[in-house]
Design a protein around this ligand. Structure first.
Ligand code: IMO
Ligand code: MG
Length: 424
């Protein structure tokens, strides 16, 4: 029986998770999404074409890997159908490879509406993607959510009418645009027809695949510090984005998990509000953003940028049980003369290497940096670790030493091929 490899973001998102899953998909038979929705934006460049994947696991781009949208996902059918059509236009055999869980919760137009309403009502904004992710998970846990399976049952219409009535009351009170139940029912009936061939019980299917010894990759969305429990609450997303969410969002058991890849960049970035200890507000931050093209895949928002924060990364590695690091943007950080890495926090005069998302702690924390020599030159053509310049190796070795974790995959450029793979 095979085990599933897992790919998880180890900072505040956008670490380049799509690239690792895409890389693993060359050998993977199955790729799975477990949580989140179209708040994710995973960009992968294949033969010069940039794909921005939001719902379908990026493994599908290999055109040989089964792509499963797991039960933990909140699914916007309109976005999904758009993605299906886009992939078909690029020659991907979606009909053969896509599977959608009947238990995934469906996002309806009132969810983004509620997202906007809730964000407007907050004195301290979270800066959500406004895709209705939080409100859809609220309905799931309140047990009034509508699952994919409900699109095909007799009560579908009455469920929608009940929800629209309840949500419109709240939207009206806040002066937000209302939803029309008839319009939603008509639209979603059409969506349901289009999606029907892909819908199944993915829980039993995934276990069947493992028994058939298929190599499986679970593609995490978002990242450890956006986790609803372990992230910088309330500046988080509404799901478990760490290893536990992989299990609850797929139905796999702990013993089915094999390698866990933790993805980081050689610097840090964050979108939306909330604490960010190593954030740079100066020209260096702007330079990282420009060189690393740090603008949202989905929202196009400029990302907040700063030096690599190993204190936070170590925490993410511990929570997730990471055994391999994928370090991206080595080429970008190598363009700086001097590179800084945060190795400890100064919290009101106390130096500590222990991370905590405790609000008081995190807002008081100031970075303690260690400096490294930069100027790596053009590393994009390096195919092996040995070919990298000494300064780059020193930087990577330090990350390994600090985290106690092997850096197995190293992103040295934007293209699919610009990835060094090391054997442990
Ligand atoms: P990927 O998978 C970066 C952030 C939003 C916001 C907070 C809550 O591409 O790494 P939400 O819409 O989820 O309720 O917003 O979480 N956020 C992300 N930031 N990458 C993502 O996904 C994100 N998904 C959500 O910016 O601060
Ligand atoms: Mg993204």
């Amino acid at each position: 029986m095979s085990k599933a490899s897992v790919v998880l973001g180890c900072f505040y998102g956008d670490e380049g998770k799509g690239r690792v899953t895409d890389f693993l998909a060359k050998v993977a038979d199955v790729s799975v999404r477990a949580a989140g929705g179209n708040n994710a934006g995973h960009s992968i460049i294949v033969n010069g074409v940039k794909f921005a994947m939001r719902l379908i696991p990026s493994g599908i781009l290999s055109n040989r890997t089964i792509a499963v949208i797991g039960n933990g996902v909140v699914l916007n059918p309109e976005v999904l159908i758009g993605e299906i059509n886009m992939l078909k236009e690029h020659g991907i055999d979606v009909d053969k490879y896509l599977k959608i869980s009947d238990k995934a919760h469906v996002i309806f137009p009132y969810h983004p509406g509620m997202d906007v309403m809730l964000e407007n009502s907050r004195t301290v904004k979270i800066g959500t993607t406004k895709n209705g992710i939080g409100p859809a998970y609220c309905d799931k846990y309140e047990r009034s959510g509508i699952r994919v399976e409900h699109l095909y049952c007799d009560q579908f219409e009455s469920m929608v009418r009940g929800q629209v009535e309840a949500k419109n009351a709240q939207l009206a009170a806040a002066g937000e645009p209302l939803c029309d139940a008839d319009e939603i029912i008509a639209k979603y009936t059409e969506y349901a027809k289009i999606l029907k061939p892909y819908v199944c019980d993915t829980v039993t299917l995934l276990h069947k695949y493992l028994r058939e010894d298929k190599f499986m990759v679970c593609e995490g969305a978002q990242a450890a510090l956006l986790d609803i429990d372990f992230g910088s609450y309330p500046f988080v997303t509404s799901s478990n984005t760490t290893i536990g969410g992989i299990l609850s969002g797929t139905g796999l058991s702990a013993k089915d998990v094999g390698d866990v890849y933790g993805v980081i960049k050689a610097y840090s970035s964050r979108v939306g509000a909330g604490p960010f200890v190593t954030e740079l507000f100066d020209a260096t931050g702007d330079r990282i953003r420009d060189l690393g093209h740090e603008y949202g895949t989905v929202t196009k928002r400029p990302r907040r940028c700063g030096w690599l924060d190993l204190v936070a990364v170590k925490y993410a590695i511990d929570i997730n049980g990471v055994n391999y690091i994928n370090l991206n943007h080595l080429d970008t950080i190598g363009m700086f003369d001097t590179i800084k890495v945060c190795v400890a926090y100064d919290v009101n005069g106390t130096i500590t290497e222990d991370f905590s998302t405790n609000e008081k702690f995190l807002s008081a924390a100031k970075p303690v940096y260690k400096e490294f020599e930069g100027n790596f030159g053009d590393v994009s053509l390096c195919k092996t670790y040995e070919e990298l310049p000494e300064a780059a190796k020193k930087y990577i070795s330090f990350i390994e030493e600090y985290t106690g974790t092997f850096v197995k995959l190293i992103g040295v450029g934007a293209d699919r091929e610009n990835m060094i793979v090391r054997e442990a």
